[in-house]
Design a binder for this molecule. Structure first.
Ligand code: 3PG
Length: 214
């Protein structure tokens, strides 16, 4: 059976990519995003507190589908699963990482940006991919090129995606969702501006849904 990672992510059309330094921000941030209608949240393993942030959201915000990004080592799959992660994102892909995802029965969204990387993913049974860094890897034009050759592959572009170019990506048939950091900036977190985070999430969702249903 096809491994439908985007279904495991609740078919959310936008995935907030989160860089959280202060554990105290975890729960109000997650609640603000969920209130804005975005439930699949990717906490990047780029901060000391990332694992605790995942634990808190997993325990205290059950409506969120909490996942972990920036996973680059196989042993991290077991660690993030214990912390409560429901999906894993990597910037790239190796057979070792794909095996760790299988061993841990973890929905897995690894990155690929070249034809050879996409073919390797297919050989490993992976057809749902991150496209990162999207902006500098050819952007929508590259994804459009891949759609005719790799019709079964679906992408989540991240890296340089924002409201002003979201339509260029999401209007492509092989783009299932987009991800990005614009919804939760360091300033908004520092100010505890949960209302703005909810507003940005709800605007992004409305924009994405309108594009996908056009
Ligand atoms: C990612 O991890 O997916 C990217 O760093 C997000 O890139 P952005 O900051 O351009 O949204």
């Amino acid at each position: 059976m096809k491994n439908d990672v985007f279904a495991a992510l609740g078919n959310n059309p936008v995935i907030p990519v989160l860089v959280v330094e202060d554990v105290a921000h975890a729960v109000p941030m997650a609640k603000a995003l969920v209130a804005g209608g975005l439930t699949a949240l990717e906490v990047t393993l780029r901060t000391q507190s990332a694992m605790e942030v995942v634990e808190r959201i997993a325990n205290e915000v059950p409506e969120a589908i909490i996942g972990v990004g920036t996973v680059t080592r196989p042993e991290q799959f077991e660690q993030v699963k214990k912390a409560g992660a429901k999906f894993v994102v990597s910037p790239g892909l190796t057979p070792t990482l794909a095996q760790a995802a299988k061993d841990n029965e973890m929905p897995y969204l690894p990155g690929a940006v070249t034809a050879s990387e996409i073919i390797m993913a297919m050989e490993l049974g992976i057809t749902d991919l991150k496209f990162f860094p999207a902006g500098t890897s050819g952007g929508p034009a590259a994804l459009k090129g891949f759609s005719s050759v790799f019709s079964e592959i679906r992408f989540c572009p991240t890296g340089g995606v924002k409201p002003s170019n979201m339509e260029d990506y999401l209007s492509l048939p092989n783009v299932a969702t987009v991800g990005g950091t614009w919804l939760v900036t360091p300033d908004l977190l520092a100010q505890g501006d949960w209302e703005t985070i909810t507003r940005l999430a709800s605007e992004a969702k409305a924009q994405a849904v309108a594009i996908k249903s056009a």
